[in-house]
Design a protein around this ligand. Structure first.
Ligand SMILES: NC(=O)c1ccc[n+]([C@@H]2O[C@H](COP(=O)([O-])OP(=O)(O)OC[C@H]3O[C@@H](n4cnc5c(N)ncnc54)[C@H](OP(=O)(O)O)[C@@H]3O)[C@@H](O)[C@H]2O)c1
Length: 262
């Protein structure tokens, strides 16, 4: 099935590792030109080099922190200067720490808002004018299953990511007339470094081993396993593709069926 994505320009934020990296790679496999960013320059450059070589496509990789609005502005400007447009923008950032409410500090809340909400605002306001000019665009936010079903001790994620869903729905309503589709993807438990960190803190809090924690996460999903980052990336690429051209304002969970609601 032709995705219609060849030669599109795909920005993937926070993409040197994990779900972001798998997403950058999945767009590269479709023949997109890809723009990647993350804070650690070595990890970013080595991810970008591998993708460039494997798919023989152009990759722009810029080290930056997605919580810095000036850096995001300059990054999108550099993407447009190099590739001529910003067709697809996937927002992403590292997840907030696992904490129960009374253990959180005001600093934790501010950091979670910066990384997991405002970073999406920063990218959206930079890319939308370019998408409007082409009358075509895709914005896809990476959030979490917590947008539908709160997870114990992830109060920062449970609360802050809801704002992203409000943003996604609002942007979908406002910019649908310009051919811009805006959707949200919520991963369930997915095998990345982030999950190893979460397992460590859950293990410390509960006294269970990290293996037991991983086993309980797998057991919680009807598919009885963790997700692979490539499975999240595939859903994101599909949402960006011409095959999903009448879908906007939605949250799609890629969680092996873990969400318990209807
Ligand atoms: N894995 C899961 O099970 C799961 C489940 C639900 C939701 N999620 C959410 O999905 C998102 C991605 O998770 P992941 O598992 O792929 O994480 P990960 O493996 O820890 O990778 C995070 C990536 O984001 C980059 N990054 C982090 N903070 C950044 C910042 N402020 N500015 C720029 N780049 C930044 C990291 O590189 P640098 O550190 O070099 O910047 C790295 O490339 C997170 O928000 C996470 O909470 C994950």
């Amino acid at each position: 099935m032709d995705s219609g994505l060849k030669n599109r320009v795909a920005i993937v934020a926070a993409s040197s590792q994990g779900i972001g990296r798998a997403t950058a790679e999945a767009f590269a496999a479709e023949g997109c030109r890809v723009a990647m960013c993350a804070r650690n320059v070595q990890t970013l450059q080595s991810a970008a080099d591998e993708i460039r070589k494997r798919y023989n496509i152009e990759v722009l990789a810029v080290p930056l922190d997605v919580t810095d609005p000036v850096a995001v502005h300059d990054f999108v400007a550099a993407v447009v200067a190099k590739f001529g447009s910003a067709d697809i923008c996937v927002t992403n950032a590292g997840g907030p720490p696992a904490k129960a409410f009374l253990s959180t500090t005001l600093e934790d809340w501010k950091k979670a808002v910066d990384a997991n909400f405002l970073s999406a605002v920063y990218f959206a306001r930079e890319v939308i004018p370019h998408m409007q000019r082409k009358r075509w665009g895709r914005i896809i936010t990476i959030t979490s299953i917590t947008t539908k079903q709160p997870v114990t001790d992830l109060v920062l994620s449970n609360a802050v990511r809801a704002a992203v869903v409000g943003l996604v729905k609002s942007l979908a309503n406002e910019f649908g007339k310009d051919g811009i589709l805006v959707n949200n993807v919520g991963p369930g438990y997915t095998a990345t470094d982030r999950l190893k960190e979460l397992a460590k803190s859950c293990s410390a809090a509960s006294g269970k081993s990290e293996e037991e924690i991983f086993a309980s996460w797998s057991a919680d999903a009807p598919l009885k396993r963790l997700g692979d980052p490539r499975e999240i990336a595939n859903a994101i690429v599909w949402l960006a593709s011409e095959r999903a051209s009448y879908i906007t304002g939605q949250t799609i969970l890629v969680d092996g069926g873990m969400y318990k609601g209807l």
